[in-house]
Design a protein around this ligand. Sequence first.
Ligand code: UD1
Length: 366
Amino acid sequence: MSPMTVHLVAAARPNFMKIGPLHHELAQRTWCRPLVIHTGQHYDYNLSAAFFADLGLPEPHLHLGVGSGSHGVQTARCLEAYERVLLDEPPDWVVVAGDVNSTLACTLAASKLLIPVAHLEAGLRSWDRTMPEEVNRLVTDALADLLWTPSPDADANLLREGVDPAKIARVGNIMIDSLEQVRPRLEAIAAWRRWGLTPGEYGVVTLHRPANVDQAQALEVIIDALARAAARLPLVFPVHPRTQVRLNDFGLLSKAQAAPGLHLCEPLGYLDFMALVLKSRLCITDSGGIQEETTYLGIPCLTLRPNTERPITVELGTNRLVTPADLSANLDQALSGDWPRGRVPELWDGHTARRAADSLEMRLPA
Ligand code: UD1
């Protein structure tokens, strides 16, 4: 029997560390021919190619070149381009990851052509439909044929939505596989040296959610709060392109650059970024992935959001939801050691790709 072709759809920065370990695992299985499909949602070197290099991913089999645009435009371009690929060369399975616009578009394209879809990181819910990612998660999970969940809350969400339990496979958190695969290399990088910092005596900031960065007043309040925090603990802030554009547009860039202790830089690749996080005292973020990585590493995480689709990081881990107004009080608590020590959730153990590949193998045609 010829091997089964599996498309691994990668689109934007947070997808690459989820697809990487699964690609490596599937490439070792004789029944499988994994092909990486890059939709091109992210295209800057530091948001895309740097991750391929750091994670040992091969050149994409196909690049759809979708690029940036409004939600409608980006999703539509991706739907059209991927449908063409599926019509030309239909794979046996499509794997999509996370909750970006390409995740939704590729799921829709495959479903309509009756090609089965597996969703990696299924079942997460913030219950906040003002977040575009929540809409992407809901639609993707409603259509997918195999739902790979990271934690019990995700299973419960899917069951509540009426998903057939036979479609759900709890495999754990695949980002931890990526982290474990590179961890031996992180120690040697000493990323903190670039700013003359000391391990354990600095924080890492990331910020890119529309709710935080797309309005001048909200962004200014956050920059002011970060400036006050940086006076107490030096902060390294790799600036996402969306945030960079907004800081410029709103005339806030020079204010941020002038704040003592706040070190702005370009987005970092996976290895440099994780090396920085590994030795940090704490993180301040609105990212989904960093909430999980810090819980795994036992590092305090102050999440600048009113909700999270990853509640297990708050219940079990080291994550807390904060507002710009209470950032300073939370920083005090974290610095004084008054912070949950946290536990690592079950199945966040570096073996998620193996479990996902096994569950796909079980679904091979007889
Ligand atoms: C997207 C995802 C978000 C994810 C984030 C990680 C959606 C709805 N959002 O948000 O869930 O957390 O990626 O980064 O899919 N840009 C560049 N270079 C690039 C890509 C984008 O400069 O390589 C700029 C463009 O000005 C673009 C803007 O960033 O308009 C936003 O990019 P986009 O992909 O639309 O959303 P993100 O904010 O990156």
